[in-house]
Design a protein around this ligand. Structure first.
Ligand SMILES: [Zn+2]
Ligand SMILES: [Zn+2]
Length: 155
């Protein structure tokens, strides 16, 4: 469970220990998708009136394309989370990019959009299917991991 009752959060902190599933509706078209459920852990506690603090981590594996041969590969996504959630209207939070505003129609604090955002910030921009991936021939596009092409000797 990654949603927490706000009223009970004001009374006691909670342990966060769950996964965000691969097919959760929080993921949007075009997101680099996890290859397995994302582990979400930590502690969520009140941090003053209308404010909550999540200190924890996300850990997962993202499905990527190899930067050299464009084949399927995977990358690790791992980050510490130190995030503030605040009710809209709390003083000083409206313009703070580090603060997630709570939906004031909801009695729940939902960590999932914050997890998604942390995920997107930490997906590696470069990945190799293997350290010695030979990539594609720049002339004919042949995948050189599968064998050399007519242009291999010219490089
Ligand atoms: Zn590759
Ligand atoms: Zn070639």
């Amino acid at each position: 469970m990654l949603s927490f009752d706000i009223r009970s959060l004001t009374e006691h902190a909670v342990t966060v220990d769950d996964v965000l599933s691969v097919d959760d509706p929080v993921w949007q078209d075009g997101d680099p998708k996890p290859a397995a459920p994302v582990q979400v852990t930590g502690r969520l506690s009140a941090a003053g009136p209308g404010r909550f603090y999540w200190h924890g981590s996300i850990d997962g594996v993202v499905a990527l394309s190899c930067s050299r041969c464009l084949g399927d590969t995977k990358g690790l996504v791992s980050d510490e989370a130190h995030l503030i959630f605040a009710e809209a209207g709390t003083e000083g939070v409206e313009d703070d990019p580090d603060v997630f505003l709570l939906d004031d129609r909801s009695a729940e604090l939902d960590l999932r959009p914050a997890v998604r955002e942390q995920w997107l910030l930490n997906v590696p921009g470069y990945a190799l299917c293997r350290d010695d991936c030979k990539g594609l021939c720049p002339t004919c596009g042949a995948e050189l991991n599968l064998g050399s092409c007519a242009h291999a000797d010219q490089s």
